[in-house]
Design a protein. Structure first.
Length: 47
């Protein structure tokens, strides 16, 4: 949802960092050792 908020309304969510939220979720809640900066995200935004 954070990615969608940022994509659809960037002016409203300029300070939101979806990748940071996603990384925290993977690391803290799922216990997965996956670096989003290195490997990318699990979403695709058509340009």
């Amino acid at each position: 949802m954070a990615y969608w908020a940022k994509w659809f309304h960037p002016e409203l969510f300029s300070e939101l960092d979806p990748q940071d939220i996603h990384q925290q979720y993977l690391t803290d809640f799922l216990g997965i050792d996956y670096d989003l900066d290195e490997h990318g995200v699990f979403a695709y935004q058509k340009q």
